[in-house]
Design a protein around this ligand. Structure first.
Ligand code: NDP
Length: 257
């Protein structure tokens, strides 16, 4: 029996139904992919959402299986509530995820003087509306279960602001406000809601950043790895984090303290 199955078995013996599902949005690559694999290692089965990169999602699904979890691929755009509903509702007739990780995100950087309305709207649509659409679909059943976790992936940008990211910082700061508010609304039902705020992490999103400008901002002197963010999410989704809600956990190498 591998470690993930052993954990699940232990929960079954302790009277927990054992089979826990985590829905990870934007899980095809980058941080979401690392989160899916980490949660699978903790005994979760994964519902893996992504938008259109089927190959990356299939590779993540393989890694989830190697880590001991089942993986169901759910391509939909989080900005499209009807598309999300069409994918999720049939599944939710049978099962309710224990954990939801709102990770799908998009950056379209430009100084505000140059930023187009489209760049503003696209970034808010994915990072903020996406949280609303997906969470709204799961919230009622998760509340009915009276136990669960929601983790929203915010950003250092939403905590301190970064030039060129008026759209992204607004969306992520909004997500932090939504996290705290929802945490207050649902804590009585034992549904715990937190945010993880990564700093500069090595993914496609940061691939084009000028490192000579970025590295001096990071006290740790390097970018973070997706797996280092995933560890914080894994903790928040574990039984060990049973009294933590409404918090923002920064994983940023000291960029913002
Ligand atoms: P990537 O760009 O590497 O991956 C983004 C993932 O999100 C992909 O799987 C992509 O799917 C999916 N996605 C994008 N738009 C949508 C959409 N509309 N609907 C569904 N899925 C979508 O991003 P990162 O891994 O770097 O970022 C993950 C999260 O972490 C984001 O919320 C980001 O804002 C946040 N973050 C990242 C930081 C970093 O330094 N990388 C720093 C701080 C926060 P597909 O490939 O199919 O298009």
């Amino acid at each position: 029996m591998n470690a993930a199955r052993a954990r699940r078995h232990g929960r079954e013996e302790a009277g927990d139904p054992g089979r826990r599902i985590a829905l990870v949005t934007g899980g095809g690559r980058g941080i979401g992919s690392a989160v899916a694999v980490a949660l699978a290692g903790d005994g979760y089965d994964i519902w893996l959402n992504y938008r259109r990169d089927h190959e990356a999602a299939a590779r993540t699904a393989e890694r989830v299986k190697e880590a001991g979890g089942d993986c169901r691929l759910l391509p939909f755009d989080v900005t499209d509530p009807e598309g999300a509903r069409a994918r999720l509702e049939p599944l939710m007739e049978g099962e309710t995820p224990y954990a939801l990780v709102n990770n799908a995100g998009l950056a379209r950087d430009a100084l505000m003087v140059w930023m187009s309305l489209e760049e503003w709207r696209d970034v808010l649509a994915v990072n903020l509306d996406g949280f609303f659409h997906v969470t709204k679909l799961l919230l009622r059943p998760m509340l009915g279960r009276r136990k669960g976790r929601i983790v929203n992936i915010a950003s250092t940008s939403g905590q301190m602001g970064l030039p060129g990211q008026v759209n992204y910082a607004a969306a992520k700061a909004g997500l932090i406000g939504a996290t705290r508010t929802l945490a207050r609304e649902v804590a009585g039902r034992n549904l715990l809601v937190n945010a993880v705020a990564p700093g500069f992490i090595e993914t496609e999103m940061t691939g084009d950043l000028p490192m000579e400008a970025v590295l001096p901002m990071i006290p740790a002197g390097r970018l973070g790895r997706p797996e280092e963010v995933a560890e914080a999410v894994r903790f928040l989704c574990s039984d060990a984090a049973s009294y933590i809600t409404g918090q923002v956990i920064s994983v940023n190498g000291g960029v913002y303290m």
